[in-house]
Design a binder for this molecule. Structure first.
Ligand SMILES: Nc1ncnc2c1ncn2[C@@H]1O[C@H](COP(=O)(O)OP(=O)(O)O)[C@@H](O)[C@H]1O
Ligand SMILES: [Mg+2]
Length: 243
């Protein structure tokens, strides 16, 4: 079966720094992949290459069976690639609901009427329905994280890319967010989740991919990857201890 997403030998350099180094990976439809790696390993860059904010120097990216390597970001979002940002980027002066609606309508795949009803569904799924009319700039950290998730879901993505969405939350908030992410998965959305909060990540993914210095270090079943000596030497005492 054609994978939903396929990266084949993708590389990207900033000046002399090779931030993505011949990365190949596949994601099946319905699958959830976790990405781990130290700060600066090139995780967010990988998302920028998938969403089109950056173009690779080498390699090829396919989504849903088509070559998207040179496609503009808005065209990729129309094909069904959605993301949350590591640093939330809402329209601070707009209400929560308006933030979603803007994305849903200008995302281009839904009529205004469809978008309105879909956005209400998304607000319910993400636990923001009570905050629908609040200005996005007035939200708490957890609510801002939920809004990042909701804004991505407003576009009805087939593939959702989550960039460190659980960082900075309390344990209870983190559990609640994981519950939401699991519900999104159960609804059939494929996902790739970059996360330092390892126990949260493990409770929602099928497979783990570890990046170090822009290169794939290990990939496979989460337990086997975490037990890999190369991964342990990178993570020695840092994230497993925190988990
Ligand atoms: N637009 C850019 N220009 C120059 N360097 C960048 C740019 N984006 C990221 N980098 C550098 O690339 C490396 C990887 O960054 P990033 O992908 O954000 O890492 P991670 O998300 O794994 O922490 C870092 O050294 C970062 O400073
Ligand atoms: Mg990052």
């Amino acid at each position: 079966m054609t994978p939903l997403l396929r990266l084949d030998g993708v590389s990207k350099s900033f000046g002399a720094l090779k931030v993505t180094d011949a990365v190949s990976l596949e994601l099946a439809a319905g699958e959830a992949l976790g990405i781990l790696g130290p700060n600066g390993a090139g995780k967010s860059t990988l998302f920028n290459l998938i969403t089109g904010g950056l173009k690779p120097d080498e390699g090829r990216i396919e989504f849903d069976g088509r070559d998207i390597t040179r496609l503009a970001p808005h065209a990729r979002s129309r094909l069904g690639i959605g993301r949350s940002h590591q640093i939330p980027q809402p329209f601070a002066g707009m209400s929560v609901y308006e933030n979603l609606l803007v994305g849903a309508v200008f995302g281009g795949r839904q009529s205004e009427r469809q978008a309105q009803s879909h956005c209400l569904d998304v607000l319910a799924t993400t636990g923001l329905i009570d905050k629908a009319n609040r200005a996005a700039g007035a939200l708490t950290l957890l609510e801002r994280k939920r809004l990042e998730l909701a804004r991505a879901l407003a576009l009805k993505p087939k593939l959702l890319l989550l960039d460190e969405i659980a960082g900075g939350l309390t344990e209870a908030e983190c559990q609640a967010l994981v519950g939401t992410i699991r519900a999104i998965r159960a609804a059939g959305v494929s996902l790739i989740w970059i996360e330092h909060v390892v126990h949260a990540l493990l409770s929602a993914i099928d497979r783990l991919f570890v990046i170090n210095f822009g290169q794939a270090l290990a990939e496979g079943a989460p337990a086997a990857v975490l037990a890999d000596p190369r991964v342990q030497s990178v993570y020695m005492g840092i994230d497993e201890a925190a988990a």
